[in-house]
Structure formats: C-alpha cells, structure tokens
Design a protein around this ligand. Structure first.
Ligand SMILES: [Zn+2]
Length: 417
C-alpha cells in the first residue's frame, strides 16, 4: 500500500514582512505496512488515525481539517501583523488586530487553495484523496496512493505552486489598480507577496516540498526507477534544508546587516521540517528496497495435512517425523479448512495433547489467508496487510499445499534483510 502524503512547507519570513506562511507541497512518503511497518512516516502531522483537528467542510468532496496548531499560528500572525498594519496605515487603532486576523485567514485560504489544486488534479487521475489538513507549517493533501507515472506525478506536484503563483500574479496585479493607502490594497498586496513566496518556496527542489516531487518526477522519467528517484529527491531535500537554514545569514551578509533573530529561528524551524521529512523518506526507501528479498517460498514452514479429529499429540508426532513445522487441517477430500495455531498448540500441556483434537487448536481458513507461493516482496506485504493474521496457508498456483507462513517469520526476515 502506498500512502501518499503531500506536505507543504512553510515559507521563510522575509524582512519585508511577507509572512512566514504555511504553504503547499508533497512529501513522497509512501506509507508503511502493518506487518512490516516502517515506524516513521507521519512526520510533523501525527498518525492518520488520530483526528487531525477541526473539520471545516468538504469542497469537491474532500474533507478539510485545521490542526489546532495552525489556529495558534493564525493568532500569532495576527499579533505580529497588527502592528505592521498600524505602521503602514496609521489610524487603524484597535482594528489593526482584526486586520492581522484577516491577513491570517486569507493566508490560510491561499494555502487551502494550493492544497485543493494538488488534490483535484490527483483525483482527476483517479487517485482518491483522504483529506487535506492545514497545520502549523503548511498543508498536507493525503492521497491514498502515488501517481502511477512520472508525468502524473509532475502534474500533481506543480498544481499547488502553480496555483499559488497564479494567485500571486492576480493579487499583485489587482494591487496596482486599487487606490493607494487603502486597507484593501494593503491586504491584497500582502496576500499577493505571500502567495509568491509560497509558490517559489515550495518549488525548491527537494522532498518533502513540491519541487522535490518535480525533481523526483524528472529523475523518474530519466531513470525509469521510482525508488531511486525518491532517494535522489530526498537527498536534495536535505541540501535544501541546509540552504534554508543558511538563508538568513546569506541575505543579511549580502545586505551588510546582522540577521534578525526572528528570521534565523523561523528558517531553522522550516529547515528542520524539511530535513526530518527528507530523512523519513530516505529511511522509508531503504525499507522498501529490502522488500524484493522477501520470498514466500523460502519463508514458508513445511506443513503436513491432518484431519480435524486427529489428536494433537499424534499430529505433532507426524509433523516431527516428516520434519515439518506446520499443521494444515484438511477435510475428507484433502481440501484445506484450517491452520493449527502454533501458539495454541504449544500452550496445550503435553499430558493433554493425546486428548485434544487438532480442530480445537486450529483456526478456520478465512478468505485471504491463502497465499500463492509465487508471491514476493511488495505483493506479499500487500496481501498480509489486506488480511492480517498470524499464519497463512501457502499453496502452489496448482493448489497443492506448500506449508504455513508465519507473520513473525516475515517480520524477522524483514528486520534482518
Ligand atoms: Zn504543495
């Protein structure tokens, strides 16, 4: 299963006071598998199971959530921008804070549109969108899976920043024709510059930003290898993180001033967000690379067929003699109906085993608990995810019983791969 999260980084605050903003862009962190779950993946957002916050509505049928942390940031922005508005437009007085709030709301609205652009394009390719979450350092569009081709990946990735840049051009253009010194003009120009920043920032070429997705799509188109491309884009993300952290010093150096503490802290926060996102992706790719080495046939324990009413002691004796470690319960026609639960069998005291039938320590075979011996790597993990169980019956494509696959063995093989 590929659980795709597109995360968008915050934009660095500039000394002009175009806000440090939430922005949009994707992370290529394809999600883990339950049995063999890479533990990272959730980065700054938290596990998908947890409620992501306040539900705003469902435009285009896509649920929108606002994380509580982003409400905190909105208030902080209002607090910071109120005085700026007061300075630019004297006479606002107490309304300055309201202007700050208006600015924050417009900003989050822009980020939401950015995310919607990603999501709507993804959906047009038939990729279901779980939800959009607006959080402290940006928005996340949670897609159920990754785009199938490099071209689609590219289009989903550029949709967000593309929309931000269009909004920026529109707002900055509109600002030119609005009356000077008006509050609306000030807000429109502010939102225009913020969208410009969001658009440009998210195009920085490294995961987890949109630009990283673009880089990944290009690398994918050239190499034909999606995993390798993810790795390239994730390493580029680490480079971008270093660049963002250094940015306030470089800009201040160029201007011949000292970097402001606010900018240094803000850029350091964003750099950390990018660094951790990129690192999680690198670790995830490493795990995925191990998958092909998982081979069902090699991991399957040899099993012998036994009748349901056979005493457990006799069944275990036969297995021992045959050098098998699993017991498959079969009906009179030899058709598998259940698997003896190894834990339940070994939990049965030795003196009881002659008096207990295998049926009492077996679980019946549910659909999905039968796997083909030809499965491997990712297909195996998908099959295990689809029907979680401790044990599976493994059969040849012809239907012949190969043995029993224990989830614990798969996990061990994965850990040692
Ligand atoms: Zn984006």
């Amino acid at each position: 299963m590929s659980d795709e999260r597109r995360e968008d980084g915050g934009t660095p605050a500039t000394s002009q006071g175009s806000a440090g903003t939430p922005a949009g862009g994707p992370t290529g962190a394809p999600g883990g598998s339950p049995a063999v779950r890479p533990s990272d993946q959730d980065g700054p957002t938290g596990p998908p199971g947890r409620s992501p916050g306040l539900r705003l509505g469902s435009p285009f049928g896509i649920p929108i959530f606002v994380a509580p942390s982003s409400i905190f940031l909105a208030l902080l922005l209002a607090y910071v921008f109120g005085p700026v508005a007061e300075r630019e437009l004297p006479g606002l007085g107490g309304a300055a804070f309201l202007v700050g709030i208006a600015f924050a709301v417009l900003l989050y609205g822009s980020v939401l549109l950015h995310e919607l652009a990603h999501s709507v394009v993804a959906r047009s390719f038939g990729i279901p969108v779980r939800r959009i979450v607006l959080q402290l350092l940006g928005g996340v569009s949670e897609l159920e899976r990754e785009p199938e081709t490099a071209g689609r990946e590219l289009l989903v990735a550029v949709a967000g920043p593309g929309l931000s840049l269009v909004l920026a051009a529109f707002a900055l253009g509109l600002g030119q024709v609005l009356p000077d010194d008006s509050l609306v003009r000030w807000l429109v120009l502010g939102i225009g510059s913020a969208n410009l920043l969001v658009g440009i920032f998210n195009l920085l070429p490294g995961l987890p930003l949109d630009g990283g997705r673009v880089l990944r799509a290009v690398a994918w188109a050239i190499t034909g290898k999606p995993l390798l491309s993810t790795l390239i884009a994730a390493w580029a993300g680490r480079a971008v993180a270093v660049f963002v952290a250094a940015l306030p010093f470089v800009l201040a150096g160029a201007a011949g001033t000292d970097p402001s503490v606010v900018n240094v802290v803000w850029c350091a926060l964003i750099a950390m967000f990018i660094w951790f996102g990129a690192t999680a992706t690198i670790q995830h790719v490493r795990l995925r690379e191990k998958l092909p080495s998982l081979d069902v046939r090699r991991l399957t324990r040899r099993a012998i067929p036994v009748a349901a009413d056979l005493p457990l002691a006799e069944a275990l004796r036969r297995a021992y003699v045959a050098g098998a470690r699993g017991l498959v319960v079969v009906d009179a026609l030899g058709k598998p109906t259940g698997l003896v639960d190894e834990a339940a069998a070994s939990a049965t005291p030795e003196h009881r085993r002659p008096w207990v039938s295998v049926a009492t320590v077996a679980r019946s075979l549910q659909p999905g608990m039968t796997l083909s011996a030809d499965l491997g790597g990712e297909e195996l993990v998908k099959a295990i995810q689809a029907t979680p169980s401790r044990e599976y019956l493994v059969v040849e494509p012809t239907g012949e019983i190969v043995g029993v696959l224990s989830t614990a063995d798969v996990e061990r093989a994965f850990a040692n791969a």
